[in-house]
Design a binder for this molecule. Structure first.
Ligand SMILES: Nc1nc2c(c(=O)[nH]1)N[C@H]1C(S)=C(S)[C@@H](COP(=O)(O)OP(=O)(O)OC[C@H]3O[C@@H](n4cnc5c(=O)[nH]c(N)nc54)[C@H](O)[C@@H]3O)O[C@H]1N2
Ligand SMILES: Nc1nc2c(c(=O)[nH]1)N[C@H]1C(S)=C(S)[C@@H](COP(=O)(O)OP(=O)(O)OC[C@H]3O[C@@H](n4cnc5c(=O)[nH]c(N)nc54)[C@H](O)[C@@H]3O)O[C@H]1N2
Ligand code: SF4
Ligand SMILES: [Mo]
Length: 742
């Protein structure tokens, strides 16, 4: 089959892997180099869509600052290039010495978004740590500083096997703290157009966001609350629906328990209470609830905006409850709207996977005594796991496609921690903030230099709702489009872990075709023990990943532009007679947290005289977190992350567009560059993350931007289960900085 790069003249077809939307691309190749990337207009579902990040892939691949050989840090802090074999050998020797002295718990991994280039990469770090015998405690990933509450809430609520009703045909949708038009979260395929079309087709879109986002442009109702009050708002919407009996009592009776507990818990959240804590109109709460309940289909979804203040799991749980009481799940006799193609064939029945308890306190974490969970170790505690002496202290960290020097909460603490390690390895393509601190930098292959397939996008639906997956039976495979630059020595992340494990005498078992998460499995994964006598090829890994897929990978390869396998549409079967699983609407932990939210009037962050503004996150269209910051094309206009503030607030503070400002929280201070955003609620500062210099480098607001993580306290307030510190709705004060003082 077509394992070789597919060539049509000098035009080849690939998949962009800069973010997980996986857009098919048409690449012009000249003299072995990719010179131009546009969307593949022959794609049956993407219709030629790409974003600026995808189109700038050639500039990233041939960036003059790209790391093309392994680098080793010398005693004077400079880097020297060394052969790959030497890098693997030296790293292995140092790990052996660390393990001999401190035990295997001293070695941790932290994979991030840069390793999406090959769908094997994001999971292989976990499998390396399994081989080390320290899983899950030493597997730190971005999951637990992102939306781990999705997995936890789904565990507590239960997972409806056929999944939620599809977005494209829904009659209403409530987006809470998510902006898919920019982030592509939830809607992977041409989200701007998809959202617009859905609204045109009759969707009443409701957006809850302190900013009138690109997605809110199409909204029937935009509610702009004070940040950090989403749990109260969702409870308020539930209260209207339950008290006015607008819910689907038959579906609830047949499929869910706990409605009495839920009713009691949301009772105090009257529209007036919600209006007063969230700074919105009570009528809008009622309108949102009635609109949602009256429509024949649709969903409530949450993402980072709702998850980064303290009650992300609760917000997601309440969203799941809203979807359940209004029966917003695909039902018996309907077409399965999350069809498998490169995932295995499974029976899709109109029934839930039962709730389970996703935590285990028998071996609490060294820092903050957090439980072991299904989402890996709590990454918010990683700096203190490194800094705190004693048995189990982390001494070696391998980062693959991650940039913890700017992405970990509490940047100063993270910087101290990373700087104190005995060994820091960064698998990256640039001298990122983290690579600049690393003992070894290992150059990965980039997106166009590895094969790709849509299986990973398909499987993302298991993470929770609004996390990905296709609504039609679509699949695509694309071979590597180009070779890495001539004369370079690169290695894929997964290959590096394989080589390192092998050198350490460990054998990695890869788990392919994972149709599930936590304890909710439609089909168990297929183990593939990586042979030690030879390194498997990437193609073999892809075969393992797609083992038992509904359509063989070989057949998917025949369709260069991807294909909708319409013949695979399947109808959801009735509930099995022996199925006793019920969704849980009244989980006691969640109900107790909701009572606390009521008592504290929300997220407990209220603007004060000292810190009158609330800092919130946002995604930039031309960056993927820090990916793109070194790309000459993407940074031609601007290299920093503006601090967006409403024009009225700027005027009141005497700050003009482009002024350098100081942004201070109770924990830290950064400099930023003011930019008016008339679409932003007054009293908020909206800023992208993963920018800025390292703590030991000079501030550079107009160049590198400001690192919002420096404003976050890792230990003041955090999620009790997976330890995520408060990363949204952070009280700050903003002041102009006299130019001479910078
Ligand atoms: N304050 C604050 N902190 C946050 C957030 C926030 O909103 N506010 N968001 C959080 C969220 S949701 C996340 S997911 C994390 C992100 O956290 P990380 O994943 O740690 O951050 P990224 O910037 O995505 O890191 C990507 C790294 O991959 C490198 N890279 C680029 N291309 C390649 C490649 O082809 N191969 C390899 N190996 N590497 C490559 C980049 O140079 C970069 O160093 O940050 C979290 N932290
Ligand atoms: N272009 C681009 N795409 C990306 C990324 C990127 O950096 N750039 N990052 C990727 C990653 S790692 C992730 S996790 C996803 C995230 O995907 P999303 O969660 O959709 O991220 P955002 O686009 O930032 O949307 C979050 C929205 O929440 C709003 N918000 C902030 N605080 C609050 C609050 O307290 N309450 C409510 N209701 N809303 C609030 C913000 O104004 C913003 O519009 O995006 C991914 N896609
Ligand atoms: S970065 Fe842009 S082009 Fe690439 S997959 Fe994501 S949305 Fe598509
Ligand atoms: Mo993320």
């Amino acid at each position: 089959m077509a394992a070789e790069p597919i060539q049509t003249g000098d035009t080849r077809f690939g998949i962009c892997k800069v973010c997980w939307a996986g857009c098919p691309v048409e690449v012009t190749v000249e003299n072995g180099r990719a010179t131009k990337v546009v969307g593949d207009r022959q794609s049956p579902i993407y219709g030629g869509y790409t974003c600026p990040k995808g189109r700038a892939m050639p500039d990233a691949h041939y960036s003059p600052t790209r790391v093309l050989h392994p680098r080793k840090r010398m005693p004077d802090g400079s880097y020297t290039e060394i052969p790959m074999a030497q890098a693997v050998e030296e790293i292995a020797q140092r790990i052996e010495a660390i393990v001999a002295e401190h035990g295997p718990e001293a070695v941790a991994v932290y994979p991030g978004n840069g390793n999406l280039t090959n769908p094997i990469n994001p999971v292989i770090g976990a499998m390396f740590i399994m081989a080390m015998g320290t899983f899950p405690d030493r597997f730190f990933s971005v999951q637990t500083i992102d939306q781990a509450g999705k997995v936890i809430a789904q565990a507590l609520h239960g997972r409806w096997i056929p999944g939620p009703q599809p977005f494209s045909t829904a009659k209403t949708w409530i987006m809470v703290g998510t902006n898919p038009v920019i982030s592509k979260q939830g809607v992977m395929v041409n989200p701007g157009q998809t959202v617009k079309q859905a609204v045109k087709d009759g969707m009443k879109l409701i957006v809850i966001d302190p900013r009138a986002t690109e997605s809110a442009t199409h909204a029937f109702l935009h509610i702009a609350p004070q940040p950090g009050q989403d749990a109260s708002i969702l409870a308020g919407i539930l209260r209207v629906i339950l008290s006015e009996r607008l819910y689907d009592a038959n579906f609830v009776a047949a499929n869910a328990i706990g409605i009495a507990a839920l009713k009691a818990a949301v009772e105090p959240f009257t529209p007036e209470h919600v209006a007063s804590v969230a700074g919105i109109s009570a009528d809008d709460v009622v309108l949102a609830a009635r609109t949602f309940a009256a429509a024949e289909s649709g969903c409530v979804v949450t993402a980072t905006g709702a998850h980064f203040p303290l009650h992300g799991t609760l917000c997601e749980y309440l969203a799941l409850c809203l979807n359940t009481v209004c029966a917003r799940w695909v039902r018996e006799g309907e077409v399965h709207a999350q069809p498998h193609v490169l995932l295995p064939e499974v029976a899709i029945r109109a029934q839930p996977h039962a709730p389970y308890q996703p935590w285990d306190y028998t071996k609490p974490s060294r820092i903050n005594a957090l439980p072991q969970t299904v989402v890996g170790a709590p990454t918010g505690t990683l700096p203190d796991e490194i800094l705190t002496p004693g048995p189990g202290q982390v001494r070696a960290l391998i980062c693959s496609g991650s940039n913890p020097a700017v992405s970990l909460p509490d940047q100063n603490r993270a910087g101290r921690a990373l700087g104190s390690l005995d060994l820091l390895v960064s698998i990256d393509v640039e001298m990122s903030n983290t690579a600049r601190m690393a003992d070894y930098v290992i150059p990965d292959r980039m997106a166009l230099e590895t094969p790709a397939c849509s299986q990973f996008s398909e499987s993302m639906k298991y993470y929770g709702i609004w996390t990905g997956g296709y609504e039609v039976p679509y699949a695509q495979y694309a071979a590597a489009v180009v070779e890495p630059p001539a004369g370079s020595e690169t290695i894929e992340s997964w290959e590096f872990f394989y080589e390192l494990a092998k050198r350490l005498g460990k054998q990695i078992t890869y788990f392919g075709n994972a149709a599930g998460t936590g304890q909710h499995w439609d089909k168990p994964p297929v183990p593939f023990v990586l042979p030690l006598d030879r390194r498997p090829t990437t193609e073999e890994m892809f075969d393992a990943m797609c083992a038992g897929s509904r359509v063989p990978l070989a057949e998917v390869k025949d369709h260069v532009h991807g294909k909708v396998f319409s013949e695979l549409d399947l109808t959801v079967l009735p509930r099995a007679e022996d199925c006793s699983a019920m969704l849980q609407l009244g989980d006691p932990t969640m109900m107790a947290e909701l009572a606390e939210v009521f008592a504290r009037r929300g997220d407990t962050t209220a603007p004060s005289a000292e810190f009158p503004l609330l800092l919130i996150p946002r995604r930039a269209n031309d960056m993927m977190n820090s990916i793109g910051r070194n790309n000459p094309k993407l940074t031609a206009r601007r290299t920093h992350n503006p601090a967006y503030i409403s024009p009225a607030d700027l005027e009141r503070m005497g700050i003009a567009t482009g002024d350098v400002i100081s942004i201070r929280s109770a924990h830290g201070q950064i400099t930023g560059v003011a930019e008016p955003d008339p679409r932003l609620r007054s009293g908020t500062v909206s800023m992208s993350h993963c920018f800025g210099t390292n703590p030991d480098e000079a501030d550079d607001p107009l160049g590198q931007g400001g690192c919002t993580s420096r404003l976050i306290d890792a230990n003041a307030a955090f999620d009790p289960v997976f330890g995520q510190p408060r990363m949204g709705a952070i009280p700050v004060c903003v002041k102009p900085v006299p130019v001479l003082a910078i």
